[in-house]
Write a protein that binds this ligand. Structure first.
Ligand SMILES: [Zn+2]
Length: 550
């Protein structure tokens, strides 16, 4: 009897469970469209620094309707644009996806390679032999979320990438993308990797020449300049003028400067982002993205680069960068409204993140009494090469320092049977003693170096044997290689200003909320893959952010 009773209890228990399980429906529902937005050089704090000035429909809408991962970090050095885009879309790191810098040196040839350079293809929409058109994703060694979507839907999903920068358009669209468009001389172009002729509607869009209209209109601030948060005067020593010795102050006249530096000046204004989102809308209309006849999701990968150009030019404390973000917020509001109306609110999923952040201008930090500096990289390289020559009898044993990595002439060392270990030790000891250097690591022995774990892991993730240097230099915080005239800003370091990025999801499948847990740039691709019910990209090392899914 007792036995029967317990069996009865078990039966009730199982019934109860199976009932509650049956309420969870695992179906193949998916969004009609995924829109990936990478805001080039957007630091995480920009979500909040200008929050009070943002409208309700842009960044604020994403934060209130969506899910924000507040502590999203980049898990590698160096923190540059091409690597960021490759990582966001592959869930992988340079060690695996092979995009080891915007430019990198190939170990075998010791030649410099641009991340998306491809001599086998030609430009489309510009002179076919123009260098700026010879671009493709062939240097990317892994698949992307967009590739996996293509594979999962038998290539029925449409995938298009757009950005002012070739690398921001090409890498996110992956190897199987239908198209990617970037801007050269104010026009949208592509390469023969994708097609042999621009679509008629892109040609027509170029003919309307919105670029020239924005150049002619100039750049006025949205609000009274005195009301801007960034306290630096519009005319300050940390900004780089468009044309040498011609100060850039509001209201900014762009026409004359464009005659000097070319129509691509538009990229270094907020209107480069406006033009990118205008093109995004045109593509959505003409390609019917999100309304796929095969009832599969489409993917639009947008990278907004003006924020990076403006930051490099005018530094992060400028009224110009503030105005750029306030205008971007308005452009995003307009774009989200368009998506609501075209695809339907909650039928699309959008994520917004960044490829890297940016440091304060080093001179500005020094003037305010902080630790910062400019590392004289080329002088240092010459000095250490002289030492090496004295010791080993050969000039230029270091052939480059790039991406904060020292590239040794391994070919020469092998040919002349030089003692490679001895050379490395000399180089490491030399750099360790220099002002502004925190750590110097032999790339093959990083795990044995006395470097804090987080930085160690970032070096290892960023190290691709065939495309990275032999020795990694880690600068002190706020120290950068002496670049140009030292105005504006730059990035590339492990520090939070460069590696802490925004990550906000909104729309279909996204539960509103936030997490303060540490998440990584590499978690974006597996999370989007999970929402789409497709495999993560083939080099993925990230994890699904489970808190955000419905
Ligand atoms: Zn940059």
């Amino acid at each position: 009897m007792k036995f029967l009773f317990s069996k009865f209890l078990l039966f009730l228990f199982v019934l109860g469970f199976s009932h509650s399980f049956s309420q969870i429906k695992n179906t193949n529902e998916r969004p009609k469209l995924v829109v990936g937005i990478v805001v080039d050089q957007m630091r995480w704090d920009y979500l909040y620094k200008y929050y009070d000035r943002y409208g309700e429909g842009g960044f604020k809408r994403m934060l209130s309707e969506g899910f924000t991962a507040e502590n999203t970090l980049i898990p590698y050095v160096p923190t540059y644009t091409a690597i960021g885009h490759a990582t966001v879309y592959s869930g992988s790191v340079p060690a695996i996806h092979g995009i080891a810098g915007n430019d990198f040196y190939v170990r075998e040839t010791q030649n410099r390679m641009y991340c998306v350079q491809d001599e086998e293809v030609n430009g489309v929409g510009l002179n076919p032999e123009h260098k700026a058109g010879k671009m493709s994703p062939r240097n990317l060694l892994t698949t992307t979320i967009t590739d996996e979507l293509k594979l999962a839907t038998d290539f029925k999903s449409k995938v298009i990438g757009i950005s002012l920068k070739d690398r921001g358009a090409v890498l996110p669209a992956g190897h199987f993308g239908d198209a990617s468009y970037w801007m050269v001389d104010g026009n949208w172009v592509t390469s023969s990797f994708y097609m042999n002729e621009l679509p008629t509607y892109i040609k027509a869009f170029n003919q309307k020449d919105f670029t020239q209209k924005y150049i002619d209109g100039g750049w006025q601030p949205l609000y009274d300049l005195d009301s801007y948060m960034n306290h630096l005067k519009d005319d300050n020593p940390y900004e780089e003028p468009y044309v040498k010795n011609q100060k850039v102050t509001f209201p900014i006249e762009l026409k004359t400067a464009a005659q000097e530096v070319g129509r691509d000046i538009i990229k270094t204004t907020p209107f480069g982002n406006t033009l990118s989102l205008m093109l995004a809308k045109e593509i959505m209309e003409k390609e019917n993205l999100g309304l796929n006849p095969a009832n599969v999701p489409d993917f639009l990968a947008i990278s907004l680069s003006s924020t990076d150009y403006v930051g490099h030019q005018f530094a992060i404390n400028s009224a110009k960068i503030e105005d750029t973000y306030l205008r971007l917020d308005q452009d995003l509001e307009d774009f989200f409204k368009f998506l609501d109306q075209k695809i339907g609110h909650k039928n699309y999923t959008v994520f917004l993140t960044a490829d890297h952040g940016a440091a304060s201008n080093p001179q500005f930090i020094m003037d305010e009494g902080g630790n910062a500096g400019y590392f004289p990289r080329n002088d240092m390289m010459n000095q250490v090469n002289d030492l090496l020559e004295k010791e080993f009898g050969h000039p230029k044993i270091i052939y480059a320092i790039s991406n904060n990595q020292v590239f040794l002439n391994n070919k020469l060392m092998a040919e002349k049977q030089l003692n490679r270990e001895k050379i490395k030790t000399l180089v490491i000891d030399f750099f360790k003693a220099q002002k502004g250097i925190s750590f110097v690591a032999d790339m093959e022995k990083v795990s044995m170096s006395s470097i804090p774990d987080r930085i160690k892991q970032m070096i290892i993730n960023g190290y691709n044997y065939k495309r990275s240097g032999d020795i990694q230099l880690i600068m002190e915080p706020q120290w950068f290689n002496a670049y140009g005239s030292g105005t504006g800003t730059t990035h590339g370091a492990w520090n939070p200003y460069d590696s802490h990025i925004p990550l906000v999801f909104m729309g279909w499948g996204v539960r509103p909320g936030k997490t303060n847990r540490t998440t990584y740039m590499t978690d974006i691709a597996p999370t989007v893959s999970a929402m789409l019910h497709i495999q993560p990209p083939n080099g993925n090392i990230g994890d699904v952010i489970i808190e955000l899914t419905d």
